[in-house]
Design a protein around this ligand. Structure first.
Ligand code: NAD
Ligand code: UDP
Length: 349
């Protein structure tokens, strides 16, 4: 196939936050898409606009079961797996099965179809890291029996299976280790820090800081991540990864709370809650490999990405629905301020 060739691509987890953006983008580029999802943490609403598209097909399916696809298949992005701690801990056995059996079923499909397959792995494979920032050569520090293990160890095992299929059967693999990613379409109740703080700030509720808020994360805007995933998928066949994809700018959780309060003009207060068990204290990707092999680095400043995310939640939370207090927000790319007024207020521009 030439560089401009159009592919038939399977995206598992395609109704989720990252997967639905990926489906949008790949369809727009002219590819034929099959989106597979069991809707555990994904929403049909995320892909509603694609549903009638002639090059898009949705299959409701659990990847822990084998998947039969008729016809050719050139590429698989394996994103199926809940990503937020409350979601993946809600049914830990389903999570580990999704990671491990899902990887097995999709690798078998890739092998059968001679398709290239990309695994959405995670910075969680580094656990609560003792090396900082984390390069791909760091083997990690994971508690194998803690409440995060269903996800962390599941993803580690999936990586193992990817490399074994590659060594044993020559399946062309790409393993991306994704660091904290945020943006529109995160679920308002998914428990992740950016969505939690944004929703709390917009509703005038206290922002729940777990622990003292000095723990750090590095936040990558979803568009930047998608650029990295596509570049990795398109990279030369000898590039297997693992390859960190994330924003190397590190922020404390306290600072994220302050930024969101400022950018939403919210008067919410900060409320400290106990730090969850095994919560990593620091996390920042070393992205030299992605820079060198893919020419990739993130472009979107945190302030801008947060603003676009805040604007998404404003529309989602308040459009056509009554709001209980007055909040002002700035719309993207304009100086327009939106007043979400009083008890019976509706969004006005
Ligand atoms: P998400 O929860 O929004 O999306 C995951 C999707 O997978 C959902 O649509 C869900 O319904 C689907 N799914 C779950 N179990 C399934 C199963 N057994 N069969 C079929 N579909 C199933 O999460 P996301 O943030 O979009 O994450 C996508 C991928 O990226 C995940 O694999 C996650 O581990 C990885 N990742 C995400 C982040 C992040 O910060 N968002 C960080 C590291 C890795
Ligand atoms: N966090 C927090 N308040 C919240 C949600 C999360 O202080 O309401 C903290 C959480 O303890 C962690 C960090 O924010 O230290 C990032 O959490 P998230 O669940 O977004 O991602 P992960 O822990 O998987 O990196």
């Amino acid at each position: 196939m030439t560089e401009t060739a159009k592919f038939r691509i399977l995206v598992t987890g395609g109704a989720g936050f990252i997967g639905s953006h990926l489906c949008d983008r790949l369809v727009q580029k002219g590819h034929r898409l099959i989106c597979v999802d069991n809707l555990y943490s994904g929403k049909l609403g995320n892909i509603r606009a694609l549903m009638n598209h002639p090059r898009f097909e949705f299959i409701e399916h659990d990847v822990t079961e084998p998947l039969a696809i008729k016809g050719s298949l050139h590429r698989i992005y394996n994103l199926a797996c809940p990503a937020s701690p409350p979601h993946y801990q809600r049914d830990p056995i389903a999570t580990i099965k999704t990671c491990v059996l899902g990887a097995h079923n999709l690798l078998a499909l890739a092998h059968e179809k001679h398709a290239r397959i990309l695994q959405a792995s995670t910075s969680e494979v580094y656990g609560d890291p003792k090396v900082h920032p984390q390069p791909e050569t760091y083997v990690g520090h994971v508690n194998s029996i803690g409440p995060r293990a269903c996800y962390d160890e599941g993803k580690r095992c999936a990586e193992t299976m990817f490399f074994d299929y590659h060594r044993r059967y020559g399946v062309p693999i790409k393993v991306a280790r994704i660091f904290n990613t945020y943006g529109p379409r995160m679920l308002e109740n998914d428990g992740r820090v950016v969505s939690n703080f944004t929703v709390q700030a917009l509703k005038g509720e206290p922002l729940t800081i777990y622990g003292d808020g000095t723990q750090t994360r590095s936040f990558c805007y979803v568009d930047d991540l998608l650029n990295g995933l596509e570049l990795l998928m398109d990279s030369d066949s000898e590039v297997t990864g693992p390859c960190n994809l994330g924003n190397p700018k590190e922020e404390s959780i306290k600072e994220i709370a302050r930024m969101i309060l400022r950018q939403t003009n919210s008067r919410s207060r900060l409320e400290h809650r106990p730090l969850p068990q095994d919560d990593p204290k620091r996390r920042r990707p070393a992205i030299d490999r992605a820079r060198t092999l893919l020419g990739w680095s993130p472009r979107v400043a945190l302030k801008d990405g947060l603003q676009w995310t805040i604007d998404y939640f404003v529309l989602k939370l308040f459009t056509g629905r009554p709001v209980s207090r007055r909040i002002q927000v700035t719309l993207p790319g304009s100086a327009v301020r939106v007043a979400l007024g009083a008890r019976s207020g509706r969004m006005s521009m």
